[in-house]
Design a protein around this ligand. Sequence first.
Ligand code: UDP
Length: 323
Amino acid sequence: MRVLITGGAGFLGSHLTDAFLARGDEVTILDVASDLKVRHQLQNAQFRYVRDSVFSREILEGLISWCDVVYHLAAVVGVEHYVGDPYQVLNVNVNGTQTVLNVAFKARKKVIFSSTSEVYGRSLSIPFKEDGDRVLGSTQIDRWCYSTSKAVGEHFCFAFYKLGLPVVVLRYFNVYGPRLDHMDVGRVITIFLGQLMRGVPLTVIGDGRQTRCFTYVEDAIRATVAAGLKEEAVGRIVNVGSDEEVSIKDLAAMMIRISGSRSSVTFVPQQSVYGDSYEDISRRVPDIQRMREILGVTPQVPLEEGLKRTIEWFRRQGVEGNR
Ligand code: UDP
């Protein structure tokens, strides 16, 4: 099979690349990012890395006509971007997705769209079911621009689905593992990792009672590959997550214990980290029935095991090694 992965040089994309290459498929990635996360595949004859943007229409058209399936992962992700550069988030996530879908529609190629658990916002209907409501805050709170941009992307997917394009929408729940962001920046696990390595206190935002269900990348990738192969997934939204719920306070304690670090925990007010443009989500838990039934995937790596593997990987890279 020929697989095109936009955003293939990112965290999820690079693991997806590895998974398809391991199956014997051909993979082309389209990404503006450096080849850091896919460098180990550059000599692989089945792999091609096109350093360009989804807005380069001709290149995109050429690549989509080449492939059998499009994984659209190219997006601006990360809380620091939601509050730092909402324009970029909206432009890439909405207009970039529309462009990819348009070209795929003309070429009649299936699209797997990577969406997010952020789409549910701060809904209180736990666990989050794919057809449940979305609950978001004001448009003056920049945090919600990411959720909104991905929801628009989903709407575009279903608009094209109505016109005959095969699409699958995947909503990822806090996926983590080797190659996630850089130490000290990005998502909570890499921020805590950087703090652990430097032996400084872990910054738990708020009271730390907010929860997440962290999903080990290997489990997320098995579901992602299946989404492109299973006919039953077409036209559906599927949560990709784990149902192991943990509070951020307990996550910090677990990471300190596993790493054997002497770091402590410090509680910091939300506003001091992200300013007024941020609101936290108090509980986020997926319903993973569809992932089990439609994709045939059940999460297999418990949080403790996944964290051990992740910490081990980042230790091997060293503090500078993953920049
Ligand atoms: N968080 C934290 N300390 C940090 C960074 C994040 O306690 O230094 C918390 C954050 O407030 C949120 C959770 O960790 O409740 C997950 O944050 P992340 O940015 O990784 O992703 P989110 O699930 O909020 O999109």
